[in-house]
Ligand binder design. Structure first.
Ligand SMILES: *[C@@H]1O[C@H](CO)[C@@H](O)[C@H](O)[C@H]1NC(C)=O
Ligand SMILES: *[C@@H]1O[C@H](CO)[C@@H](O)[C@H](O)[C@H]1NC(C)=O
Ligand SMILES: *[C@@H]1O[C@H](CO)[C@@H](O)[C@H](O)[C@H]1NC(C)=O
Length: 401
């Protein structure tokens, strides 16, 4: 009884504390956002306690929790939905049933989940992909790439590449009636990061150059060089994705080492001699004035770590590290950023850099939305902004098929 009272008391204090954390004023549906934020913070706290007790890792706790969102492939009157494998990597396929005179466009959708969780099986992703296939009369391919902490970088990226290269074979495209000139790659959050890397790698590969018609990146994370950009400061405590959660979980994808995440949190992780990379992510140079506000640019501090981490210098981890001549080659790009998102500036800077390099870019900035909005477009907590972003995404594809 006493334990229960104690637990109840503690929960009240926590709830009061979390409810006290302010939610940005102009966020849409603030009470739903607050609920999402509180639930995420309680989950993170529980996961941290479990990890501390040696029960399981933080990311495994998130993985188990999100797995409850998984659904089976369900065909309907318009679509055949099947789970299969491409190159031994699980994929869910959405194949329109209607007879078609023409070859169909195809969208490869890379799900988010901070590289440590998520699946095409999740209700929210199934919803997006089903709607895309149905509204566009397109084939959708959704891979489940390997995730951390079982498989570190570059496993996720390699799996995405394997799936895409498998799909791009003439005989496979033919089998699914896909038009090779109309292939799109899309992804959200870490899936947006993978979309960026995969598209860069394919463009650099003579065999695959110009095979992708366009890429779509929904609130992507695109660099790990500077974690003290204005959006990282303004949204340090969320809503939903806090700086600490983002960095801790993302770093699990890069290393098992405990020192690196701590250094990244202090923004003191870059090695001596890496200063010439700052020019690719310098927010003081690339951010539109409106977002700089009164923030003062402070260069990340170099050479504080003894160990060396080549992943920090790798453009496959940070697509923003590609130089202008690499960016120039990229196809038509659609970027969606959300205002209330620590990753906002990653997306904004990529938009500026791509435009400077002459790449055609469409950019939509959603002023009143949070990171992860499209994952909250279905029950139990559905945000209007999530549905609006999905609608924008599919409409853009439709206009650019
Ligand atoms: C199938 O397509 C028709 C015509 O586009 C649409 O009216 C109907 O709602 C679709 N069915 C499902 C289950 O989505
Ligand atoms: C960042 O950009 C600002 C403004 O353009 C410039 O003054 C500064 O030297 C740049 N710093 C680095 C490290 O590129
Ligand atoms: C851009 O990067 C590529 C690959 O690292 C390199 O081969 C090329 O020389 C670089 N170009 C410029 C202009 O720095």
């Amino acid at each position: 009884m006493r334990n229960k009272t104690l637990l109840f008391g503690l929960s009240c204090i926590l709830l009061a504390y979390y409810t006290y954390i302010p939610i940005p004023e102009n966020v849409e549906e603030p009470w739903k956002v607050r609920l999402i934020d509180i639930l995420t913070k309680i989950t993170m706290l529980t996961a941290t306690v479990f990890e501390y007790m040696g029960l399981m890792k933080i990311e495994d706790f998130f993985f188990i929790l999100l797995r409850t969102q998984n659904i089976e492939p369900i065909s309907d009157e318009n679509l055949t939905v099947i789970d299969t494998e491409f190159n031994n990597i699980p994929v869910r396929l959405y194949l329109p049933k209607r007879k078609s005179e023409r070859q169909r466009p195809a969208v490869i959708y890379i799900h988010g989940g901070a590289f440590v969780t998520g699946s095409f099986k999740m209700l929210s992703y199934d919803f997006v992909n089903r709607m895309t296939a149905s509204r566009l009369d397109a084939v959708v391919v959704a891979p489940d790439y390997r995730i951390a902490s079982q498989d570190l970088f570059p496993a996720a990226l390699e799996d995405c590449i394997f799936v895409i290269k498998f799909f791009l074979q003439d005989k496979v495209l033919e089998k699914y009636g896909v038009d090779p000139a109309h292939i799109f790659i899309s992804g959200d959050s870490s899936g947006g990061s993978l979309t960026g890397s995969v598209t860069q790698l394919l463009q650099d590969d003579p065999e695959y150059r110009n095979k992708i018609k366009a890429q779509v990146m929904i609130y992507p994370n695109l660099q790990v060089i500077d974690t003290w950009m204005p959006s990282y400061r303004e949204y340090e405590n969320g809503p939903f994705l806090s700086r600490e959660l983002a960095i801790k979980v993302f770093l699990r994808y890069l290393t098992e080492d405990e020192e690196l995440p701590k250094a990244v949190l202090r923004n003191e992780h870059m090695p001596e001699g890496s200063r010439d990379l700052f020019k690719f992510v310098n927010w003081s140079h690339f951010l539109p004035e409106k977002y700089k506000k009164n923030h003062v640019y402070r260069e990340p501090i170099l050479g504080k770590l003894d160990a060396s981490y080549p992943v920090l210098l790798d453009s496959r981890v940070s697509p923003l590290l590609a130089n202008d001549s690499q960016l120039q080659r990229l196809p038509l790009t659609y970027v969606i950023t959300c205002e209330h998102d620590i990753l906002r500036d990653d997306g904004l800077i990529y938009v500026t850099r791509l435009r400077n390099a002459g790449v055609p870019v469409t950019h939509d900035h959603i002023e009143n939305a949070i990171h992860g909005a499209i994952s909250f477009a279905t029950a139990p907590i559905s945000l209007h902004s999530g549905s609006r972003i999905i609608d924008k995404y599919i409409s853009w594809l439709q206009e650019n098929l």
